[in-house]
Design a binder for this molecule. Structure first.
Ligand code: CUA
Length: 350
């Protein structure tokens, strides 16, 4: 906890210190040159002031050394900022492969969160400490922005597409979650908390309220309810492509091109089925635009994803979605699942 007036939010994620260091460097450089330049303006204004009405200044013929200096020094400084910035940016953009998958839907004016095991929350996100968490974010209506200052993480949540971000919390505690994009009357009320728990506590929390089934099994139910299985089937009567082993794989399209079956492709295929028709099939699938919510779309995706991997509690991101890069994340120590242990508060959603 901080006392007094904090200049910075708490540093509670693996990237926080790096983001701050770069930020402080920029502030120091900016302050140094602002003071230097304004000081020199004042100094020269006094030193070279006009001393008499008839005074004519001496002509200046330029200085190559001076010109080279004011080109080379700023170039070096901006290159340092660029390379450093790119390094931090790549870290922020590349989630470790073993990250926990969590789905977030922003809507006026709340954050709806779905865990892969089926837990749902509103304006609260429970995560374990010391474990990377990868978020896939969608918006039900307008642009929002998912912002956790203590983690130095901010991601725009844009209608019609998925955005992603990740973080690894380093300290248990409760941290502010804000919407950082003006999204209407109650934008300022679109706030919540990220609850970072010790792994054992988190396992307890996870094991509470699993009655609705995993995200994938919710998706499976929906898949049957919407009768998707009447076309997407394994036998000869299949009128749609098989979804088995599909996720993360390349898909050959009717127009000859190839796409990777990632979250965005599957979402598009559900909402605008004619946009990318799979080779060998007719474009007969009706749109589900307006019929299912963003949350339900995420459930269907989780189900299709589960058809491509062994059923574990934690999703394996597809290679297509996980840029290669330094992979650092410790595995969670397995905790025995205890029944009937009172868990942390979970917000039921409808
Ligand atoms: Cu949502 Cu501002």
């Amino acid at each position: 906890m901080q006392t007094g007036v904090p200049l910075f939010p708490e540093q509670a994620s693996t990237v926080a210190a790096e983001v701050d260091a770069l930020y402080i460097f920029l502030v120091v450089i900016t302050a140094f040159f602002s003071i230097l330049i304004s000081g020199m303006i004042i100094y020269f204004a006094i030193k070279y002031r006009r001393r008499s009405e008839s005074e004519i200044p001496k002509p200046i013929h330029g200085s190559t050394v001076l010109e080279a200096a004011w080109i080379i020094i700023p170039l070096i400084i901006s290159m340092v900022v660029f390379v450093w910035g790119v390094d931090v940016f790549f870290k922020l953009a590349r989630a470790p492969v073993d990250a926990i998958e969590i789905y977030v839907v922003g809507k006026q004016w709340m954050w709806k969160i779905q865990h892969i095991d089926g837990q749902r929350e509103i304006n609260e996100l429970h995560i374990p400490v010391g474990r990377a968490v990868r978020l896939t974010l969608a918006s039900e209506d307008v642009i929002h922005s998912f912002y956790v200052p203590a983690f130095r993480v901010k991601a725009d949540v844009v209608p019609g597409r998925y955005t992603r971000t990740w973080f690894e919390a380093t300290k248990p505690g409760r941290y502010h979650l804000f919407c950082a994009e003006y999204c209407g009357t109650k934008h300022s009320g679109m706030i919540g908390e990220v609850v970072v728990m010790e792994p054992a506590q988190y396992e307890n929390w996870l094991s509470g309220g699993r009655s609705t089934g995993s995200l994938a099994s919710q998706g499976e139910n929906l898949f049957q309810e919407l009768a998707c299985n009447s076309c997407h089937r394994e036998d000869s009567q299949a009128r749609g492509p098989s979804l088995k082993e599909l996720f993360g794989k390349p898909v050959q399209l009717q127009n000859g091109s190839t796409v990777t079956a990632d979250e965005s492709y599957i979402r598009e295929s559900i909402l605008t089925p004619n946009a990318k028709v799979v080779a060998g099939f007719d474009s007969i699938m009706p749109t589900f635009q307006g019929l299912i919510t963003e949350e339900q779309t995420l459930q269907l995706i989780a189900y299709i994803r589960s058809l491509a991997k062994p059923p574990t509690g934690i999703a394996q991101p597809s290679p297509a979605l996980t840029p290669t890069g330094p992979q650092t994340s410790k595995p969670l120590t397995p905790q025995p699942v205890r029944k009937g242990v009172p868990s942390a508060k979970q917000t039921p959603t409808k």
